[in-house]
Design a protein around this ligand. Structure first.
Ligand code: AMP
Ligand code: MG
Length: 493
């Protein structure tokens, strides 16, 4: 329902661009969203709204709801569904594409930063295959929570501006509500975009895509003679960094297919992801991942495998010898970043030769004792040699499991360059008190499906400042109850 004649574009002070829409038609199909019935706004992320300089007035929220329900076109955009392909669970799928989302367009904020606006759940497109083009409320909430949570943990990710739900019935295992999520991302270009043009032998288009990506996102490389190999190098670096950060946070993506890999190394396409509760090396968050291809312990290797698929797709643009050194650098880039971030979690100010072993021993210990990953590091932040350390020790029913490691740690701390107080403060900046546990997402979803969004808003408070104390919201820092340990999440969303 409109209360006045002002559109979203009138209310938001944004510079509109459409660089992807200016590429040749081989890259997309233009179409409008299919409207949802009786739609309403579920939530808006204030923090994401700041990226677009939005003043979240009632009027603007109303217009946002209209745009996200497909009732109103987002002037002056010409929405489009992108075509791409990709390797899914190791096999090549020749044609994927935006089957249930549309790139509404690109905007630039007052700082000059560019953001893609993508409407997930916008209806069928030529790339929907057998899908209905829709997203249900629970999958929109899962993406919303995860993208905002990862961002506030300092992990590169796409963002989520808002969710709209409706009375349009959507059939999954049961009847659910058609919903949309407005995603913000620096780009929606995936590894799979390059694969599509490579495998369809459209090498001119492949070059156009690479040039476009470089011009838009790596402008400093535009005039370099070896720009493609420098670009590839940066993608490798960003991917290795991203996956190191996932591992350190205990995050499993769940579906690391090449069509879900952002060319800018952002966490992208949230499906059956999961954060570690009790630490398990072999954590498989995706119930449909029967072989454990994307298990937690395999993510770094899968990231490399995906980079190799990208390398293959870029072959028409450069020689193997210009790519191989970058690929070869991935394992070291990954492990150096991982180690450095883990040392920060331990509060160590410099690196010693045996620190890698200290980390490995700890992870093995957490795995063997099924210790809660997040609670452990938060409690370790308060560790004081020669004190009781009850909070930490209470995490271990059998103290003999942790004591030998703590002895090594206490020895190591003697050579650390900070006071215990300073170390504790530093550690609390990198060891979150709050993470997006699966059971918390589930509780929020169950309430939201009944029309109660209060738990969603409260959970967002802690996810937006996960390193701070929130005495009134301690309940979000608890380990999962029994029912919350065995939740199954699969691709059906
Ligand atoms: P995903 O598993 O979300 O990465 O999606 C893989 C492919 O399936 C992509 O091309 C999606 O656009 C498409 N897809 C996923 N869900 C749907 C749906 N409900 N309707 C149409 N296409 C979908
Ligand atoms: Mg996908």
């Amino acid at each position: 329902m409109k209360t006045n004649n002002q559109t979203f574009s009138d209310l938001a002070d944004l510079q509109y661009e459409n660089s992807f829409g200016q590429l040749p038609e081989a890259f997309y199909t233009r179409l409008q969203a299919t409207p949802l019935q009786n739609s309403r706004l579920v939530t808006v992320s204030k923090s994401a709204a700041e990226l677009l300089d939005l003043n979240l007035s009632d009027e603007l929220k109303e217009q946002l709801a209209q745009v996200c329900s497909g009732q109103e076109a987002l002037e002056p955009f010409d929405p489009l569904a992108m075509v791409y392909s990709g390797h899914q669970f190791g096999g090549y799928s020749p044609q994927l594409g935006d089957g249930r989302g549309l790139l509404l367009g690109e905007v630039r904020n007052s700082k000059g930063e560019k953001w893609d606006l993508h409407l997930k759940g916008a209806g069928q497109t030529p790339y929907s295959r057998f899908g209905d083009g829709r997203a249900v409320l629970r999958s929109c909430i899962r993406e919303y929570l995860a993208s905002e949570a990862l961002y506030h943990l300092g992990i590169p990710t796409t963002r989520a501006l808002c969710i709209v739900t409706s009375d349009t019935p959507i059939y999954r295992e049961t009847e659910e509500r058609g919903s949309t999520l407005l995603r913000l991302a620096k780009t929606h270009i995936r590894f799979g975009h390059f694969e599509y043009f490579y495998y369809t032998k459209q090498h001119d288009e492949l070059k156009i895509l690479a040039d476009h990506t470089i011009e838009q996102h790596f402008p400093e490389l535009t005039d370099k003679e070896n720009k493609y190999s420098l670009f590839f190098r940066q993608v490798i670096e960003k991917t290795a960094l991203l996956i190191a950060k996932w591992q350190v946070a205990g995050f499993a993506h769940g579906v690391m297919n090449t069509d879900n890999m952002s060319i800018l190394g952002d966490t992208f396409d949230f499906g059956p992801y999961g954060f570690q509760d009790d630490f398990d090396w072999h954590f498989i968050c995706n119930h449909s991942d029967h072989s454990g291809r994307y298990a937690f312990s395999k993510q770094a290797e899968m990231g490399y495998w995906n980079c190799a698929r990208l390398a293959q797709a870029l072959l028409p643009l450069m020689d193997v010898k210009d790519m191989q050194p970058s690929l070869d650098a991935y394992p070291q880039l990954y492990s150096d970043t991982y180690k450095q971030l883990m040392l920060e979690k331990l509060g160590l100010t410099s690196e010693e030769e045996e620190d890698g072993e200290l980390v490995q021993k700890l992870l093995q210990l957490l795995h063997d004792t099924h210790c809660d990953y997040t609670l452990f590091f938060r409690a370790l932040s308060d560790y004081q040699p020669d004190q009781q350390n009850d909070k930490l020790l209470n995490l271990f029913p059998d103290l003999s499991a942790i004591q030998p490691w703590l002895k090594l740690y206490a020895e190591r701390l003697k050579r650390n360059l900070t006071s215990d107080k300073q170390r504790s403060e530093n550690m609390k900046q990198v060891n979150p008190k709050f993470i997006l546990r699966n059971y918390l997402a589930q509780q929020v979803i169950e309430k939201a499906e009944q029309g109660d969004y209060s738990e969603l808003e409260e959970l967002m408070v802690v996810l937006q400042s996960p390193f701070d104390e929130h005495p009134d919201l301690e309940r979000f820092a608890q380990q999962p109850p029994e029912w919350g340990r065995k939740l199954e999440v699969s691709c059906s969303s």
